[in-house]
Design a protein around this ligand. Sequence first.
Ligand code: SF4
Length: 383
Amino acid sequence: MSHAVLSPSSASRWLSCTPSARLEMQFPDKAGDFALEGSLAHEFGELRLKRYSNIIDEPEWNKKTSELMENRFYSESLEEYAENYAAFVWEKYQLAQKTTADAVLRIEEKIDLTAYVPEGFGTGDAVILADGTMEIIDLKYGKGVQVSAVENKQMMLYALGALDMFGFMYAIHTVRMTIYQPRLDNISEWEIPAEELLIWGANELAPRAKMAFAGEGSFVPGKHCQFCRAKAQCRALAEKNLETAKHEFDDASLLSDTEISKLLEQMDIIKNWMSAIEEYALQAALNGKTFPGFKLVEGRSIRKYVDEKQVADRLMENGYKESAIYEPPKLKTITAMEKLVTKKAFTALLGDLIIKPQGKPTLVPESDKRREWNSVENDFKNV
Ligand code: SF4
């Protein structure tokens, strides 16, 4: 697992806020379980691609698959998502072979980034080279945030490292970056001329990475703070958020629409920041720290049966009927059922019995990809 000062996955952060990388090192990395689950999905994907490519034979594939199934993060759905990723890459590779007979597929390629980022390294999940185009595909197993390939700094770093590796063997004029995020049904692609990427690498990435590695530059809060390990205690972020809260609004009793828009823009950042402070302060208090004006108390809790069978037996011994003390069985939730029967079988078996009711109206930034809620259309529905 990567312990580089400047990890590619946080590149968008240290490129925007160069001192953040060194500051973050003071705080523990809590991504542990998610990272391990993601690694397992990558291992399954890699194994399947190696089998498709005949790098490993059937017995070896079976043996290694069984070993991976012992992992505590294993689930059928994880394996299915990884299989779908491998099929996606393999299909792209076969398509590339149609136009370029000697198309190349590299799987889980270690990428040296030191030409741009001090001590930088990464792994390209899949790289396809064909017809002057280098495509770099990244499997994102997380489902918390939908990731876009457009100007994705992590992908741009990987692509620069891969250009360094393959650029002198193949004439690459275009770089395509593809994110495959199966748990959100998200496939995002972005292309850039190789020349343009190299210019960005030399003029922007390398000097910013040098500053970030040295811990130099100014703290710059923004959307990139969301996953910063320092966010609960970062002064720059606190000052920015508090400044938003006491915004120099127009001198009137009520906020204007424009002022409400400004607050909405900042809402996610502020909510995320406040939760981080709450989580940090609780943990610190549990470790003995005291915060003036606050104390630790026991939270509310609800009563629980110690043993449901014993409760039922005792009630029935005392004359209560089974039908009166038990609730009728309930179907599992859709998510739990999908996990039980696997995603593919679920759609085939129950697809026609699942409906998705219209969601509640939600205010989102204009850049959101969802279609705008049509209030006139919806007014007519209620007539
Ligand atoms: S919270 Fe934001 S401003 Fe503060 S160090 Fe992290 S990235 Fe920089």
